[in-house]
Design a protein around this ligand. Structure first.
Ligand code: GCO
Length: 460
């Protein structure tokens, strides 16, 4: 290892993996859990590309000890998971299901016994179906209901969980679930989409206050956003404008309210009729100071001016000749660009990369090893870019890899493998991939050698 090229991360750097309840837990109708919008959606024929559901997923509900052992084997010091609202309050409001809280209680104790710090996300899209039936996120009343659910969880687990993330990716949940209809609850309603954006953000602020009011020791509260640089397809005024509009809707629409207590004016000009109409006090609640910003980074967007696409006149394109994964372009400089921009435009006090990963088709070789070198290269290159941002004083204090095991990837079902651990979906057997062993070494060294050439990793 050439010492001069070694990239050392700051002492105390947080190394974790991230998961989401519906994607891993299974046990969809066990332990008193109520139905969620994702159960309804996945059970609807044609919604999930391979016809699978999260009914069993990777059976983490029953196998969580094995999964915690795998984290410990990699030396991970943190774990980001989500709590399923319908496990805790099956109808969304009212009766609390003790068995649901007991599950997370056992999980947290198992983590702490292995010196793995829990980071809990309170909402990762599995809304109780009963609340959807009452209007879901388009209904303003849900904001207080979310804060009430949050208080129940913090009351029970706040003695052992200090780190809380209110929401995961409000943009994806709003646009894919309420506008494009490709995620639960499967709506294609522009008005509901923008009401959902506002209510997710408002409920984030209310929940942040609820966490701080309920926790007995000072909690660490954040919000996770999906963020990406947006580039023009060609260096023309029209494409630059298309990129700016798209950036407004997908990035600034969420960052501005939280950091500047307002929605972006240029988005308002284009989308006037459907823009949220905040009530007095809403923007103050939304901009309640965060302890950290959670950043999910996967890829960039490249936009082309397309006049007949209403109202953004912007279409995403995929430049030829570049490298792609199962879902996106592989564009690792984007994380540096994004982090530098966040510092310049919003100056967050602290940042955690709460997701970063890649779907690549990998499987077992005859000797039982899973040689997922493309994942290793992707993570290595992203970490090098994150390190570069840290050198330039962007306050990144942790990295959570998406994800621990292969799992149920929403509308893609079980066709996209994101894990550091391979899952045989017939037997649910877990096998550590080479990327898992590689990341374990990075964690032991608290850094990596980005390597000048050749294979990033030679199997031992
Ligand atoms: C999201 C979610 C994850 C996904 C991951 C890969 O970012 O969409 O937080 O649940 O599985 O991002 O698509």
């Amino acid at each position: 290892m050439a010492e001069d090229s070694f990239l050392r991360f700051p002492d105390g750097f947080v190394w974790g993996t991230a998961t989401a309840s519906y994607q891993i837990e299974g046990a969809w109708n066990e332990g008193g859990r109520g139905p969620s919008v994702w159960d309804t959606f996945a059970h609807t024929p044609g919604k999930i590309c391979d016809g699978t559901t999260g009914d069993v997923a990777v059976d983490h509900y029953h196998r969580y000890r094995e999964d915690v052992d795998l984290m410990a084997e990699m030396g991970l010091n943190a774990y980001r998971f989500s709590i399923a609202w319908p496990r805790v309050i099956p109808e969304g409001t009212g009766a609390v299901n003790a068995a649901g809280l007991d599950f997370y209680d056992r999980l947290v104790d198992a983590l702490l016994a292995r010196n793995i710090t829990p980071y809990a996300t309170l909402f990762h899209w599995d809304l109780p179906q009963a609340l959807q039936d009452a209007g879901g996120w388009a209904n303003r009343g849900i904001c207080q209901q979310f804060a009430d659910y949050t208080a129940v969880v913090v009351e029970r687990l706040g003695d052992r969980i200090a780190h809380w993330i209110t929401h995961n990716e409000p943009a994806v949940h709003s646009f894919l679930g309420h506008f494009m209809g490709v995620h639960a609850p499967g709506l294609t309603d522009p008005m509901a989409t923008f009401q959902t954006i506002h209510h997710l953000l408002l409920s984030h602020g209310l929940a942040a206050c609820a966490i701080r009011a309920t926790a007995r020791t000072r909690p660490d509260v954040g919000l996770t956003l999906s963020l990406a640089p947006v580039h023009p397809a060609d260096d023309t005024d029209e494409d630059r404008e298309a990129a700016r509009r798209f950036d407004g809707v997908f990035n600034r629409m969420f960052l501005d309210p939280v950091y500047k207590a307002s929605y972006p004016d240029d988005v308002r000009q284009v989308l006037e009729v459907i823009m949220p109409k905040p009530e007095p006090g809403d923007m103050e609640t939304i901009s309640t100071p965060l302890d950290f910003l959670g950043v999910n980074y996967y890829s960039r967007h490249v936009m082309k001016y397309t006049p007949d696409i209403f109202p953004l006149q912007a279409e995403e394109v995929y430049p030829k000749g570049n490298e792609y994964s199962g879902m996106w372009e592989i564009y690792t400089p984007g994380v540096y660009e994004l982090l530098a921009r966040l510092k310049a435009d919003y100056n967050p006090s602290r940042i955690l990369i709460t997701e970063n990963g890649i779907p690549v088709p990998d499987g077992k070789d005859f000797d039982g090893k899973v040689r997922d070198f493309r994942r290793i290269r992707y993570v290595r290159d992203n970490l090098a870019e994150v390190h570069r941002a840290i050198e330039e004083d962007v306050p990144v204090q942790g990295y959570f890899h998406w994800t621990l095991t292969d799992n149920f990837e929403w509308a893609y079902g079980c066709t996209m493998r994101f894990g550091l651990v391979h899952i045989d979906f017939a037997t649910l057997e877990r096998t550590m991939k080479e990327s898992g062993r590689w990341l374990a070494q990075v964690i032991r060294d608290n850094g990596l050698d980005p390597g000048a050439s050749g294979l990033p990793f030679f199997p031992r």
